[in-house]
Design a protein around this ligand. Structure first.
Ligand code: HEC
Length: 154
């Protein structure tokens, strides 16, 4: 015997599916989705990332992510580590998106004194947008070689 309860449950299932599809469409519409390691993000994410970069990062990593000039060892402070380029000339692209997110929000192991920890002022979405901007400074080949597989591309 099919009870009234079964009928209600069967009837409800499509609604759950529809809500899920709705949620996915809403996420796509608000642009909260992000590209993955080795993928090029969309132009909106790059634009948001560029604004954040120019507000928070450009002082050290310099315009277009070219990084600070290397100080000759004879005159450098021993505790100073230059802010390396974030464009493709250094090794930022050797890290996957997850690692870059941790570096941006929590700092790198070596950098406790200079690379700030941004977790209190920036969100995970901000970090994703900053990575989108960094990727816009990389060529297609470098984007496709990003992360653990970079060794195969050297
Ligand atoms: C006060 C200077 C300063 C500011 C501001 C700064 N950084 Fe850094 N950043 C550094 C230094 C110095 C290093 C190198 C530290 C190290 O090697 O551990 C670094 C390292 C990094 C790395 C690791 C790169 C690699 O190749 O391993 C990333 C990614 C990074 N910064 C992103 C950012 C982003 C994004 C911002 C802005 C939200 C930012 N930084 C702001 C100084 C700065």
């Amino acid at each position: 015997m099919i009870s009234r309860r079964d009928v209600v449950q069967v009837a409800r299932r499509p609604r759950v599916c529809l809500s899920l599809i709705g949620l996915i469409l809403a996420l796509l519409a608000t642009g909260i989705t992000q590209a993955e390691t080795g993928e090029r993000p969309g132009p909106e994410a790059v634009d948001r990332g560029k604004k954040l970069y120019n507000a928070y990062c450009v002082a050290c990593h310099k315009p277009m992510g070219v990084g600070e000039p290397i100080v000759p060892w004879s005159i450098r402070r021993t505790d100073l580590i230059e802010a390396m380029p974030l464009n493709e000339t250094s090794h930022a692209w050797h890290h996957g998106d997850d690692q870059l997110t941790v570096m941006i929000l929590d700092g790198t192991d070596r950098s406790r004194t200079r690379m700030p920890v941004w977790r209190n002022s920036l969100t995970e979405q901000n970090a994703a947008d900053l990575i989108a901007y960094m990727k816009s400074l990389w060529s297609d080949r470098i984007v496709s070689c990003q992360g653990p597989k970079h060794m195969d591309c050297m």
